[in-house]
Write a new protein. Structure first.
Length: 338
């Protein structure tokens, strides 16, 4: 048996987040962005991702992160996010989980009642998890993202089901946004398989398009996911209410409302004049879990009108694990069926 790999298991809005505080392999690089590039190409690090993400230790919708050194001393730590197909550039639900974990575990000291900022370096930049506590209990976490912005609106594409009109927005990763109703679907578990099929198709149709190119950092290129949404308009309190499913990587489904996807959604809605500063987006997932999104501030980034999104949710520990590898196991590092 090899050295055990210890993990802490969290979920944010139903979406798993597997935390590896002490990865056993060296992950080289001066910044988290450089470490991601190294991890993608290094057989040991990528093999560790596959071991912990793929079956039988994980599954096709597993998600997690390796804790690494931050870019500088102003951040508490860095993280490399991963899923079944590789290493992502951003993850809001993971940031929320990491903020809650850092405070609950004592890695970051917090007052029993108050708000504690946990600064985290991720491949797309520095993000903050503002962790709210009351009498020592974590009651909410605000994910404060990198500047986010609209890339393209009302882009018409040809799909296997006919023309579709999509918006494209950046929220630490690039997302396509499309109403589920365009395909005769609703964001409900009953349409789960059809939503995955549509989401995968749109992602790959746009992935080589100019809208999938980051304006300054090619390491952030590519359509990360498709956000299919139901728009219910404003509620009685004037809050915008939408439900979404984010289909990311290659057919992976976010059980939460997707943190970086919600950030991208806020940027798109703001740019299209559908959400103003001070207004709230109530953002539900396909399973009914909820994030609350708002615009923290408006600014200019990458030569575009942009916003700093604030996405509020919470995360909870569901257990710990100690994984091992038997030298006679022929299924290492694992497999996926999607």
């Amino acid at each position: 048996m090899g050295i055990p790999i210890n993990t802490v298991e969290y979920h944010t809005g139903g979406e798993p987040f597997r935390i590896i505080a002490n990865p056993p392999h060296r992950i080289a690089g001066a910044t988290v962005g450089e470490r991601r590039v190294f991890a993608i190409s290094d057989p040991k690090v990528d093999g560790l991702r596959r071991l912990l993400c793929h079956e039988p230790r994980g599954h096709a919708d597993m998600y997690g992160g390796f804790i690494v050194e931050p870019d500088d001393s102003d951040a508490h730590f860095g993280v490399l996010f991963w899923h079944k197909d590789g290493f992502s550039t951003a993850c809001g639900h993971g940031t929320i989980a990491l903020g809650a974990w850092a405070v609950r575990s004592g890695i970051v000291s917090a007052e029993p009642t108050g708000v504690t900022p946990v600064r985290i370096d991720v491949p797309s930049g520095r993000v903050t998890a503002n962790v709210h506590t009351i009498n020592g209990r974590v009651t909410a976490v605000d994910f404060i993202n990198v500047p986010s912005y609209l890339i393209a609106k009302d882009l018409v594409i040809s799909t296997s089901q006919g023309p579709a009109t999509v918006d494209v927005g950046y929220g630490g990763a690039i997302y396509a946004h499309v109403p589920a109703a365009q395909f005769g679907l609703a964001v409900t578990p009953g349409h789960y398989a059809d939503l995955i099929a549509v989401g995968r198709e749109i992602k790959w149709l746009l992935n080589k398009h100019d809208v999938a190119k980051h304006p300054s950092d090619p390491r952030l290129d590519g359509i990360y996911g498709t956000i299919l949404y139901d728009d219910f308009g404003a509620d009685a309190e004037g809050q915008l209410f939408q439900r979404n499913v984010t289909v990311f990587a290659d057919g992976e489904v976010d059980r939460s409302p997707c943190g970086s996807g919600t950030a991208s959604r806020l940027a798109v809605l703001a740019a299209k004049g559908e959400l103003a500063e001070g207004q709230v987006l109530v953002h539900d997932s396909i399973i009914g879990s909820r994030f609350i999104g708002r615009i923290g501030e408006s600014l200019v980034a990458e030569g575009r009108d942009a916003v700093i999104p604030v996405v509020t949710g919470n995360a909870f520990e569901v257990g710990t694990a100690s994984f091992t590898v038997d030298e006679d196991d022929e299924l290492v590092p694992g497999f996926v069926l999607r």
